[in-house]
Design a protein around this ligand. Structure first.
Ligand code: F6P
Length: 546
């Protein structure tokens, strides 16, 4: 990979895109479709079983050519090759970035510091599979000999959002005799509600933490141990009711979990890229090892497509470039992800961490402040619910909100007309956003003049539509990998390190400092700014007055 080159905004492709944006800024999707009746088929692509329609974007063929030129000028190909060969592209932490190794076949070989990591990946997968089968079959029992009926995942961020999203997404394939719950927040309510009604003798805790030092997770894990031992009354019960997933064996055993009950992963797996590592243990217990491996096959199929397809026919590259087009050249500040599938309810929250923690950066790899926008705010809710809440703003508000619609051709719960109505709404929304409704059309329909401005839809709102044949483990794997690689593409082009997250550290340090100051024994005047002091004092007064 070449050393740092010209700043991104000085690249000729960047400048050409800026000029091009001002030339075609006013071009409407209506005219783009009128001029090119084949546009719908032409601007579409299939990869790893997913279909992407990107025709309803405010782009011409020249836009795409320039975006691909920008990718080339940013050395995207070299970045991709560097990731796949295990180079230490996480420059601030001097780590390789190898979530792709988590789904590499047994026959593959990927080296980090001269050592092939693939055998270790499969050894852990095999251990996970053996354990998951024991829990599912009832062979692994609780301390009193009762079957495990509840699995509670304790973790936060990537150690929660991935498994929680995937367990819900693949609930159709889950063993329904087992209940799965997720505790992430340090707010005790999360633990209290997640364990309400559960019998400790039938409950297994999977404590997930890459570092095993995260305050929220360790606090919840300690509370879980107390909750468990209050009922089972013997420290020996911990070995039957707690397993850990971590890179940090020393901290796991310091916590009191036998490392024989620990499933390992590695520092070259970022937390937000870890759902297909041992962090997915709860998911594997839910859907079984063979379905988990089908999911890995879906990830791998998208990896292979990403690694080998030319940029102009490469799904993650196209999604990444389109995002850059809107963020850096058309001024979009947010990006909506709208799954039209109830099982994908948690997918937008999962993507929030994946995209915003990865690319919410304002200095480049060399530490220079960037002079262009990076990650937009990612948000969304499942359709059709969002239509009755925030779609008004997307249709008629003042902001440009590019959208990704995600739907499945086949429902896992075919109930009467539901699925056709759901998908009709998805298609209709992309159509309404793109083409709008003209004032002249309203007048022709007899709408009174005073109402015309209120009922006009400007259209020209861009969207991608991603269609899955059916929500299978394989399709979910491909979908997650698609977004992982989209994030990678954007980070490479923005020349930022997508794999660190220093921005979350300051709050952690300050919270550790403030926590003891909330106690009544602390110094009367806290040592902070007047606002923080007043808040602390008010909290203390309220607490002591209870
Ligand atoms: O604080 C942010 C973060 O480090 C995320 O990147 C990570 O997914 C989460 O905390 C949890 O970290 P861990 O898995 O080490 O507990």
């Amino acid at each position: 990979m070449k050393a740092q080159r010209a700043r991104r905004t000085e690249l000729s492709a960047w400048r050409a895109l800026a000029e091009h944006a001002s030339e075609i800024g006013g071009l409407h999707l209506r005219s783009l479709f009128t001029e090119d009746p084949e546009r719908g088929e032409r601007l579409s692509l299939e990869a790893a079983g997913l279909y992407l329609d990107y025709a309803k974007n405010r782009i011409t063929d020249r836009t795409l050519r320039l975006l691909v030129q920008l990718a080339e000028a940013s050395d995207l190909r070299a970045h991709i090759d560097a990731m796949f060969r295990g180079a230490k592209i996480n420059v601030t932490e001097q780590r390789a970035v190898l979530h792709v190794a988590l789904r590499a076949p047994r026959s593959a070989s990927i080296r980090v510091d001269g050592r092939d990591v693939v055998p270790g990946v499969h050894a852990v997968l095999d251990r996970m599979a053996a354990f998951a089968e024991r829990v599912r079959s009832g062979d692994w029992t609780g301390y009193t000999g009762r079957h495990i009926r509840n699995v509670v995942n304790i973790g936060i961020g990537g150690s929660d959002l991935g498994p929680a999203m995937a367990c819900e997404a693949l609930a159709h394939y889950s063993d329904r005799d087992l209940a799965f719950r997720f505790v992430s927040n340090v707010d005790g309510t999360d633990f209290a509600e997640a364990t309400r009604g559960l019998d400790p003798a039938e409950t297994l805790f999977v404590v997930c933490s890459k570092t095993f030092t995260t305050l929220e997770t360790l606090t919840n894990a300690r509370t879980a141990r107390t909750w468990c031992l209050a009922a089972l009354e013997d420290d020996a019960a911990v070995a039957k009711h707690f397993v850990a997933v971590s890179t940090n064996a020393a901290e796991v055993s310091r916590f009191g979990i036998d490392t024989a009950n620990m499933f390992e992963f590695w520092d070259w797996v970022g937390g937000r890229f870890s759902v297909d590592s041992a962090i997915g243990l709860a998911l594997m217990i839910a859907i079984g090892p063979s379905r988990f491996r089908e999911m890995l096959a879906g990830f791998y199929a998208m990896d292979e497509h990403f690694r080998s397809a030319p940029f102009e026919r490469n799904m993650p590259v196209l999604l990444g470039l389109l995002g850059i087009w809107y963020t850096d050249f058309l001024g979009a500040r947010t990006h909506a992800v709208l799954p039209y599938d109830q099982y994908l309810r948690r997918f937008p929250a999962y993507l929030q961490q994946l995209e915003m923690e990865s690319n919410g950066k304002s200095v480049d790899r060399a530490g220079q402040r960037v002079d262009y926008a990076t990650a937009p705010v990612v948000w969304g809710q499942p359709g059709t619910n969002g239509q009755h809440a925030f779609f008004q703003l997307i249709h008629q508000g003042t902001q440009l909100v590019p959208c990704d619609f995600i739907g499945c051709c086949e429902s896992l719960n075919p109930l009467g007309p539901h699925h056709d109505l759901l998908m009709a709404n998805l298609f209709a929304q992309t159509q309404a956003l793109a083409f709008g409704r003209l004032a002249s059309e309203l007048r022709a329909e007899g709408v009174p003049d005073t109402q015309v401005p209120h009922r006009t839809f400007p259209g020209n709102h861009p969207s991608n539509t991603i269609l899955l044949p059916r929500l299978t483990p394989e399709a979910l794997g491909a979908l997650v990998a698609l977004y992982e690689h989209k994030v990678f593409v954007q980070g490479a082009i923005w020349n930022i390190n997508s794999f660190d997250q220093w921005g979350v550290e300051l709050g952690k340090i300050l919270a550790q400092r403030i926590a003891p100051e909330l106690s009544s024994e602390a110094a009367p005047e806290p040592p902070h700014d007047s606002s923080t002091n007043a808040l602390i004092q008010r909290f203390r007064r309220h607490r002591s007055g209870r």
